[in-house]
Design a protein around this ligand. Structure first.
Ligand SMILES: NC(=O)c1ccc[n+]([C@@H]2O[C@H](COP(=O)([O-])OP(=O)(O)OC[C@H]3O[C@@H](n4cnc5c(N)ncnc54)[C@H](O)[C@@H]3O)[C@@H](O)[C@H]2O)c1
Length: 340
């Protein structure tokens, strides 16, 4: 296979980014089909990237026989049904944005559909797994640099400058824990190599009163006990006043590894009579830019080399299982056992 022929479903923030990477930056891929229910997005991608097929029907993409793989980047509530349908049709290569589903019922349906489609590759968009610094941290943790891991601490703050968008996006996002913290949870379980046993959380609406009407919150903190005894502290905010801030720390018996201690925008330092300043990252695209390309390149390589993706079905459902428990813990202020 010379080039992997891909169809992208959803052309919003993420779908467009994936389409651009496939079209311009991945030599062994071809952007053959695109789909969105928003006409303006279709027109713009079609004019700029010239894919062969442009449609409002995601079924048309799933059923296209001239595609080697499908990229699902629609809104979160659509993922489960699209994954299940792709599996039923017999599609073998599917990449999906996170979360794979929004409830344990959806997870059960996805597991059954994927199991019934032998050899299916389902890659899940936990892009942090492709970050160079986090990969380096993971290698050192596995090598024993910090000794026995004791605590994993994560910070995930969206900028206040995106407030208007965040409020608009909230109703289809699955809520703060499902939307934001599944990234952190996936990263934490990958770094320490263990699954969550129980969760407790606190959170609420501190800034965006409008979120109450859609049952969402803007800040929360979740405490997790992992099966191997590690303690996880994960916090998130939608109203970070200074920019976009993601930080990860794993603390152990012999040391500690931190990634992203200062959320810097670039390597520029500004100095004048007032002092020294480094600018803060503005938004997730800027901060994680290389990872979106890396993950899509890896998806193409998995198809060509006929191997399973490194971030697959189990990673997808573990994060959702944890998010369902954490959402309940925050909502009802109680400790929730996973798998109970
Ligand atoms: N990995 C990350 O860092 C990251 C960051 C942001 C968003 N996401 C995920 O990406 C997904 C998309 O988010 P977004 O911000 O791009 O959303 P968006 O609202 O900008 O775009 C959603 C897209 O889905 C399409 N869509 C919705 N229903 C459809 C249907 N039935 N058929 C075809 N197309 C349909 C819309 O036309 C639109 O193009 C979400 O699931 C989100 O969780 C991931």
């Amino acid at each position: 296979m010379d080039k992997v022929r891909l169809g992208v479903i959803g052309l919003g923030r993420l779908g467009r980014k994936h389409a651009e990477n496939i079209r311009y930056r991945i030599p062994n891929a071809e952007l053959r089909a695109v789909c969105s229910i928003v006409q303006q997005e279709l027109d713009s991608v079609s004019a700029e990237m010239d894919p062969k097929r442009v449609t409002k029907s995601y079924r048309e993409v799933l059923e296209s026989e001239d595609l080697d793989g499908i990229v699902i980047a629609s809104s979160s509530p659509q993922h489960a049904a699209m994954i299940c349908e792709a599996a039923r049709i017999g599609r073998k290569n599917v990449y999906t944005e996170k979360p794979i589903g929004m409830s344990m019922e959806e997870i059960q349906k996805i597991k059954a559909a994927v199991d019934a489609n032998a050899g299916m590759k389902l890659q899940v968009g936990y892009n942090r797994r492709f970050d160079k610094s986090l990969r380096c941290a993971k290698k050192e943790i596995d090598r024993g640099f910090i000794g026995r891991p004791i605590q994993v601490r994560m910070i995930n703050r969206d900028p206040a400058s995106m407030a208007e968008f965040i409020i608009k996006f909230s109703p289809t996002s699955g809520g703060l824990v499902m939307d934001m913290l599944t990234h952190d949870f996936d990263c934490a379980r990958w770094l320490i190599g263990s699954e969550a046993k129980s969760v407790y959380g606190l959170g609420g609406v501190f800034v965006y009163e409008g979120l109450k009407a859609v049952g969402d919150i803007d800040n929360c903190s979740v405490l997790t006990e992992f099966e191997n005894g590690v303690i996880g502290q994960i916090e998130t905010s939608r109203n970070c006043s200074y920019g976009y801030h993601v930080e990860t720390e794993v603390y152990g018996s012999k040391g500690c590894i931190r990634v992203g201690t200062t959320p810097v925008k670039d390597r520029v330092t500004y100095m004048n009579a007032d002092g020294v300043v480094v600018k803060c990252a503005d938004w997730f695209f800027e901060y994680w830019e290389p990872t979106f390309l890396e993950e899509m390149q890896d998806f193409c390589n998995c198809i060509i080399e006929d191997r399973q993706p490194s971030v697959g079905l189990e990673d997808g459902y573990r994060a959702v299982e944890w998010a369902c428990a954490a959402t309940e813990a925050v909502k009802n202020r109680r400790i929730v056992q996973l798998g109970a």
